[in-house]
Design a protein around this ligand. Structure first.
Ligand code: 5GP
Length: 189
């Protein structure tokens, strides 16, 4: 997606530890027009699939997932990273290690929002080691639903997540693929 590549080159900065900071349009401030275009692009790529629901993880996945859900005209569910007292019903949970926060959290969804048999499209902002995506896929499996695909905004292809997901048999669609962040420079594949 050329528009997204240009935005990353114009506004992204590379931090130590192979982290790309894109807080001006994806992770803190949001660009509504670009967000809607990214949702439309995911909808195009998965247009031949039956999608009953979009699943993401709070918080940065929510906006793009909403844009995608709007195109499919289906609900969006986001997994929560912290259990609140309001989640006083039956849940599915799985452990996920956060690449940027360097901590493990239990991600949770209420069972009633993932009824068995649904076809689920997973959407997230970044793919690094694949922990978040695998965690979301685990929730789908626990619910007796099916992952129709995984849509990622920025895939860091030099990290292990993309291979892990493909080896597990998931269809992966990334809007941009980064081959390296060496020397603080973004190189696309
Ligand atoms: P993974 O679980 O694949 O290791 O990492 C994906 C999650 O970590 C994403 O949901 C995202 O929040 C965060 N993340 C991983 N790498 C980056 C990065 O380079 N930049 C930003 N902003 N977030 C990242």
């Amino acid at each position: 997606m050329e528009l997204l590549k240009q935005k990353i080159l114009d506004e992204g900065t590379v931090l130590s530890g192979n982290v790309l900071k894109v807080d001006s349009f994806l992770n803190h401030q949001l660009d509504p027009m670009l967000t809607m275009q990214m949702g439309a692009e995911f909808a195009n790529r998965f247009e031949n699939c039956r999608v009953d629901k979009i699943l993401t993880i709070e918080s940065s996945g929510i906006a793009i997932a909403l844009a995608t859900a709007l195109k499919f005209n289906v609900p969006l569910v986001f997994a929560r990273k912290k259990k609140s007292v309001l989640m006083n019903e039956e849940t599915y949970s799985t452990e996920v290690f956060s690449y940027t926060k360097q901590e493990t959290s239990n991600i949770t969804v209420l069972k009633k929002f993932l009824p068995a048999g649904e076809k689920i499209l997973i959407i997230d902002d970044f793919l690094a080691s694949g922990e978040a995506a695998v965690g979301l896929a685990n929730l789908v499996r626990l619910a007796g639903c099916e992952v129709v695909g995984i849509g990622i905004v920025i895939e860091k292809s030099f990290q292990s997540g993309a291979d892990k997901l493909k080896q597990a048999g998931y269809r992966l669609e990334s809007l941009v693929r980064i081959g390296s962040l060496d020397d603080c420079k973004v190189t696309f594949l």
